[in-house]
Ligand binder design. Sequence first.
Ligand SMILES: [Zn+2]
Ligand SMILES: [Zn+2]
Length: 244
Amino acid sequence: MKPLLRWVLDSLLPPSCLACETPVEKDGQFCLNCFKAANFVTAPMCRVCGVPMPYDMADLCVHCAANPPAFTEARAALRYDETARKLILPLKYADHTEAVSGLATLMRRPGEAMLQAANLLVPVPLHPARLRQRRFNQAALLAIALGRLTGRPLSVDALQRTRPTQQLEGLGAAQRREEVAGAFAVRAGAGLAGKRVVLIDDVMTSGATADACARALLDAGAKQVDVLTAARVADQRLDEAGLA
Ligand SMILES: [Zn+2]
Ligand SMILES: [Zn+2]
């Protein structure tokens, strides 16, 4: 939005909470009630994929133990629940981009170590057809906001989707891996050799997309790939067992 227009709107409307209509002091904040309702991802968690674990029973979750992902470490700010959904869903389907800076701020703490060591931030790309339909890539908006907050270099187009993939929702882990395998490629001349990359996305579910992206980045010469997302879906089986 143009600064002047922004200024005019800001002076007319008090800033409201990222997740509800409650007025707050500054743009990009949660109101007190929503902040209390937000579930941050906290330890214990899988050392690699960052999935919340029921208790400090193991270093790795069963998925990472069975199929080690290509990325080194994945971390997220929020558990993907009702509050996180309210924040993130409008990003995907409408022009509600104010939530971006608020989410990026929340991502800084769990991502502190990886962001400090990063040479490059790269968002998970959308397929061009999907991008035309949505008009923007929410992962790229988060990466831009994090680049601004941390001063880390950014490449919004280092990774590209080479073919559209179907929604992964409802697919099992093996099907998800199959659906996204080879769906990403690195742009020629992206200059990844020896770099530590932080891959940015809005939500991580099984980690299949992040894994496929990390493979493409490593194949192109990246030294290490870490993943930072706004929200993380807890393991359904642990949730169903009442353990998470
Ligand atoms: Zn609120
Ligand atoms: Zn794991």
